[in-house]
Design a protein around this ligand. Structure first.
Ligand code: HEC
Ligand code: HEC
Length: 273
């Protein structure tokens, strides 16, 4: 080894040494992106990201659970539903329109809009239709916080954009509408037996369950206003904790529920505000 390469080696050792040291120091003080805040704690929310991102995710979770009452979202919705009235368990239910993995599917192609849409745009559609409300400002705090929450529950899902529909990997499993002929009269009887205790005989809702039709329900542009989508959701979601309807029963009840009037989807509310 000549003096020149010895000097290089010496410098290199120093450089690597100090890099290791500074990395070590950094990991003790700095927030590492994506790193859990309190790993090992019993608090189910302990792995929110640290710092402002964590605050945003937390706000998003609050907004999806308290959509109809929170001061930031209440003015944007036209019914007493929350996102989690349908996206059960704060969107973490594995089957009932799960939010888990959704963020990995966007941007996605939407046949309804004939356009490639972002996750924020997809969120706006549920405000306009399922919440019978109006669009949160794109890039505004409501939209970003909810997107942050959905992205958080989607982390570690491999990115896999969806060229066919704006739906994630755990999308609602749709039942085959061609295979089953719904019977509204049978649905009415089943509704009285299995649903009316909470949602009331006239579908107007109670403290035990939100409205299912009428002025305070989702509008006729919402996914659940289609009998086969409502049946598919009921099959995995209702009654709560005991979703045991047969496919035929789910179609009968869905047809009965959707035989009633509900608000009309008004696309003019689409205008960003
Ligand atoms: C009345 C029930 C209902 C309410 C309330 C509702 N949604 Fe949805 N949402 C659905 C259904 C059903 C689907 C699945 C639609 C489909 O399969 O076409 C869906 C789909 C979505 C998707 C796309 C899921 C995916 O797999 O890509 C997002 C994102 C979403 N909703 C967000 C929200 C947010 C945010 C709110 C509250 C502001 C909300 N939804 C309120 C019923 C609802
Ligand atoms: C024990 C009370 C209870 C029973 C019984 C029940 N539900 Fe629900 N339902 C709820 C609650 C509570 C929610 C909102 C979910 C949440 O916030 O976690 C809900 C949500 C819904 C929703 C989506 C939100 C909306 O209001 O549009 C539909 C649709 C629905 N139920 C239909 C039914 C049908 C049909 C039956 C009968 C097969 C039924 N439910 C039985 C309590 C009940």
């Amino acid at each position: 080894m000549n003096r020149f390469s010895a000097a290089i080696l010496c410098l290199l050792t120093l450089a690597i040494g100090s890099a290791v040291w500074s990395q070590d120091a950094a990991s003790k003080t700095a927030v590492v992106p994506g790193e859990a805040a309190n790993e090992g704690s019993n608090d189910p929310t302990a792995d929110y990201p640290q710092g402002e991102l964590g605050e945003m995710v937390r706000l998003g979770e609050t907004l999806v659970k308290e959509t109809s009452s929170h001061p930031m979202t209440q003015p944007l919705v036209g019914n007493p539903l929350n996102c989690t009235s349908c996206h059960l368990d704060a969107g973490r239910h594995p089957k009932a329109a799960s939010f888990v993995g959704v963020a990995a599917a966007y941007p996605a192609y939407s046949p309804r809009e004939s356009a490639v849409i972002t996750l924020e745009e997809r969120i706006a559609h549920c405000f306009l239709r399922s919440q019978n409300g109006s669009r949160p400002a794109p890039g505004g705090k409501v939209s970003v916080a909810i997107a942050a929450y959905i992205t958080w529950v989607s982390r570690r899902t491999p990115i896999d954009m969806n060229p066919i529909a704006p739906l994630g990997p755990n999308r609602l499993k749709l039942l085959d509408a061609d295979a089953i002929k719904p019977d509204i009269a049978r649905g009415e009887t089943l509704y009285g037996d299995r649903c009316a205790d909470c949602h009331l005989a006239d579908g107007s809702g109670s403290d035990e369950g939100p409205p299912l039709w009428g002025e305070r329900s989702f509008n006729d542009g919402a996914g659940l206003s289609k009998v086969f989508k409502m049946a598919s959701w009921l099959k995995v979601a209702m009654p709560p904790d005991d979703a045991d309807l047969t496919e035929q029963e789910a179609f009968d009840i869905a047809a009965f529920v959707n035989s009633h009037p509900r608000p009309e989807f008004r696309p003019e509310r689409n205008d960003p505000q």
